[in-house]
Design a protein around this ligand. Structure first.
Ligand code: THG
Length: 367
């Protein structure tokens, strides 16, 4: 099999060596980095996330650091969610839009200090965007990519493992809040967060030379709970209704189309990028919405599928953006981005490699 050579345009994370030692079998590019996406045992990896604890190299969730006298103002201008009620040491899930209201990213925004923020981004170049906006508006800020790489510990046993390493105080952390911590002189921040609905933490490693050390510490401490390697699970996140920016969105998707309404504050100041467009879209009514589809055919297939056309009465009405076999629902399920004319309960067909697969629309999340 051909190899992809990591280079300065396709970087590795500080946990790369550890994941290779764990037997990683596949990577996917994300934020110009390699993200592990399989260790060759999908059932075991899914089972650990649902019933035990799983360790994920999510160093690709890069931080865009905004620092300086205008940091809070720039952060707000980049985000269509009200950040004025965000406390120091709190994070928030935030849509970022362009001037047309199209979604550019959906980071977790961490407020480290009144003049210091991290945007923990999905796959798009928000460093360039933030620098461009800061310069155009003449802001007094420094926008950088710090040496920070998240390691996720996810699953129902994650809290026991993280508490075993860092102490019982971690059990008191509220969702999306974070705190400074240290283990064997490795500086990090611990947040209760992560891209699953199974609970857990993210350890923001703040020294890229210590990735293998941190991985091994968590691996050893987690052994009694059967910890093992994993990655953000496409199956669990589809079942749970979590959005994948870039996976479920195209260049024109706005937050209202993909169920992010409750993270948008339309009464923010006009200077917030995209807010005027979003007010107009809200008034006119978005043209598409995101629903689930359950196919009639209940034959398990491995992996997951992307961007199939969806038709109703022979007419294209949208796309199935992501789909998979759900072990918990024992059904083939997917997300569709589809015309507002289509409603839950409607019958549609998913066009898979020339075959029309009938199914029924439903509300999200599935579970
Ligand atoms: N953690 C961190 N950075 C990230 C992600 C992460 N950057 C990229 C990507 N994931 C950003 N996208 C998401 C999507 C969903 C959530 C977090 C990041 C999430 N959503 C919850 C939900 O939808 O139920 C809770 C949101 C809320 O209500 O506040 O957790 O995972 N560091």
């Amino acid at each position: 099999m051909a190899e992809i050579g990591p280079n300065t345009r396709l970087r590795t994370s500080p946990f790369y060596e550890a994941t290779v030692m764990e037997g990683v079998t596949a990577f996917s590019p994300y934020n110009k980095m390699l993200m592990p996406v399989s260790y060759g045992d999908p059932a075991g990896e899914y089972g650990r996330l649902l019933n035990g604890v799983s360790l994920w190299d999510v160093g690709v969730q890069r931080q865009v650091q905004i620092e300086g006298p205008d940091a809070a103002r720039l952060t707000q201008i980049l985000c269509v969610r009200d950040m004025s009620n965000c406390f120091i040491n709190q994070g928030k899930y935030v849509p970022m839009c362009d001037h047309q209201g199209a979604l550019l990213n959906d980071p977790v925004v961490l407020k480290l200090d009144d003049n210091l923020f991290w945007l923990s981004i999905a796959d798009n170049n928000m460093l360039m965007w933030a620098r461009g906006i800061a310069a155009e508006r003449g802001f007094d800020v420094k926008v950088t990519e710090p040496d920070v790489s998240p390691l996720a510990v996810q699953g129902p046993k994650a809290e026991d493992v993280v508490a075993a390493v860092f102490g019982d105080w971690v059990r008191t952390l509220k969702f999306f809040w974070f705190a400074d911590a240290q283990i064997e002189n490795i500086p990090l921040k611990i947040a209760r967060s992560g891209y699953s609905k199974q609970g857990g933490f993210e350890l923001y490693l703040c020294d890229g030379s210590r990735g293998t050390d941190l991985w091994n510490i968590m691996r050893e401490a987690g052994a009694p709970w059967g910890i093992g390697p994993g990655n953000p699970s496409p199956v669990e996140r589809i079942e749970s209704g979590l959005l994948s920016y870039g996976g479920d969105t195209d260049n024109d998707t706005n937050p209202f189309e993909v169920r992010l309404d409750r993270y948008v504050n339309l009464d923010l100041d006009d200077e917030v990028i995209g807010i005027r467009a979003l007010r107009r879209i809200r008034e006119e009514g978005p043209k598409r919405h995101q629903l689930g589809v359950v196919l009639d055919d209940a034959t398990p297939v491995p992996g997951h599928a992307i961007w199939y056309d969806v038709t109703a009465d022979g007419r294209k009405v949208g796309s199935m953006t992501n789909g998979c076999w759900s072990p918990r629902l024992e059904a083939l399920i997917g997300f569709v981005l589809i015309s507002r004319d289509c409603k839950p309960g409607d019958r549609v067909e998913v066009l898979k490699h020339g075959t029309l697969m009938p199914g029924t629309l439903r509300e999200l999340p599935f579970i």
